[in-house]
Design a binder for this molecule. Structure first.
Ligand SMILES: [Zn+2]
Ligand SMILES: [Zn+2]
Length: 298
């Protein structure tokens, strides 16, 4: 999406973005080989990351090469004809890129992770993915990074209950931590990010509801969401797929079909989640896979 967006811009003849890579876990790097501006020789890309103790010198460059090795990818690194510059950062680094002053800070995460703050004429944005509370020094530096930010994007993978028990030590945070930090250091808008892959949209909705009960300006990140700084109020655009299609319902339904042992059944149930893609129906019977069900709504 970002590649296509950059290529569709007015002055897209030659694209020269600055790209900040927080760390090398799969969920943060797997889009790189599919980023189309890398395959046009007039483009120049500036990458920022850190030297990993596992990868050594030119860590991000090594990641590129490893990702594009056979048999994981059809072409090798020589197909990436754009010019790539790599800068290795450490926590505490501050520097300028066109349009923003940047600050990097270490976050508490296995094998390390950098958080970034961008101060721009329109406002400030802090991107703090993948961090677990509990390391006093790093908890403090996250607060310094986020202080007074217009937008604070923070890890909210786990519920506070999970974070305190079964997911302790997994390297992630919760909405409650984000809310605490936001209130403590005067953040204006908190964006909950890095949702758990097992969290359904409904689970994210309930996390958002809990968070809004404690802090007014909280948002749940969604793919394609757009926040625009610089006006009197923050302008937020949430994609229609997230908001428009799914409905909480309470329809009584009668379902008839055949079980996997071939027995005909009839069961009454309630449809609680309906979208243009379909309805979620819970049954006590176990219908035969790929068989047809009749659903009769009241
Ligand atoms: Zn990670
Ligand atoms: Zn992650």
């Amino acid at each position: 999406m970002l590649g296509r967006h950059l290529e569709s811009e007015e002055e897209s003849k030659r694209i020269e973005p600055h790209i900040f890579v927080t760390h090398y876990h799969w969920d943060h790097i797997q889009g790189i080989p599919f980023f189309s501006p890398l395959y046009a020789e007039q483009n120049r890309l500036h990458f920022y990351s850190f030297r990993s103790e596992y990868l050594g010198r030119d860590s991000l460059k090594r990641v590129f090469e490893a990702q594009m090795a056979h048999p994981y990818f059809p072409v090798d690194i020589s197909a990436m004809s754009a010019r790539r510059d790599f800068t290795e950062l450490a926590g505490g680094d501050q520097f300028e890129v066109p349009g923003a002053r940047v600050k990097a800070s270490w976050l508490h995460h296995p094998q390390g992770c950098l958080g970034f703050r961008f101060d721009t004429p329109a406002g400030s944005i802090v991107y703090a993915t993948d961090n677990e509370p509990g390391d006093p020094k790093l908890d403090q530096s996250l607060r310094q990074l986020a202080a007074g930010a217009d937008i604070f994007i923070n890890d909210a993978q786990f519920t506070p209950e999970h974070l305190a028990t079964t997911r302790k030590g997994w390297g992630h945070s919760s909405w409650l931590e984000g809310v605490k930090i936001a209130a403590e250091v005067g953040v204006k808008n908190l964006v909950l990010f890095h949702h758990d892959p097992d969290s359904t949209d409904k689970a994210v909705d309930s996390i958002l509801r809990d968070a809004r009960g404690k802090f007014a300006n909280v948002w749940a990140a969604a793919e394609g969401m757009l926040m625009t700084l610089g006006g009197a109020n923050l302008d937020v655009l949430i994609p229609a797929v997230r908001e428009g299609l799914r409905r909480d319902t309470h329809f009584r339904a009668m379902v008839t079909g055949f079980t996997d042992t071939g027995m005909a059944f009839e069961e009454e149930t309630v449809i609680r989640d309906l979208s243009l893609h379909g309805a979620l129906i819970y049954l006590d019977h176990s219908p035969r896979l790929q068989s047809e069900l009749q659903v009769q709504l009241d």
